[in-house]
Design a protein around this ligand. Sequence first.
Ligand SMILES: [Fe+2]
Length: 220
Amino acid sequence: MTPPRAGGDRRGSGRRTSMRTTFFPRDPGAAGPDAGLAAHSRTAARYAVLLARSLGIDGQRLLRDIERGALLHDVGKAAVPRAILFKNGPLTEFERDVVREHPLVGYRMLAGFGGLTRASEIVLCHHERWDGRGYPFGLAGETIPLGARIFALADTLDAMTTDRAYRGARPFEEAVEEIGGLAGLQFDPTVVGVFLSIPAAVWRWAGAGARVILAAPTVH
Ligand SMILES: [Fe+2]
């Protein structure tokens, strides 16, 4: 993926075209590990919207912003060297620090696009933790934007239940149990409570590709 120019193209339809083709391509054309990242973003986005709607969020604009933020959450990884991003084996401390830059890098990449203000907060804060032990800022509790608190759980759910290069997918029930145990630690306890109230069959339905929100994302 080619990062957008700093500040983006601010001129009318040119800007809209740039946003569509850069961030929401119809055919990403990705293969290998890139395809895995793209599939993860789409599934995690469906989970995030299901969770948001179950929390009572029904404003279409807010739901769309959550979906956009989820789809873009790891856009900053485009700046991480592939040798680190797709390394087979444990990362060194330096390599881990490089990867941990991606929320801030992604936020800066989106800074020129006015329509992505709320989505960019999700990009910036998706690795923050409820207990303040996350990054990049160590924000805690409700100082973390709600969309990021919702997405953090959706991101983890898909990561746990999907095959990765370094481990196989874990059973859904096992993921549910572990996430339940992280209420008040990694995740907002209210978000976890709503997550646990949704039947596993509904999560599988969303994970299998059911759209739980809007038509294809549009950019205004
Ligand atoms: Fe991330």
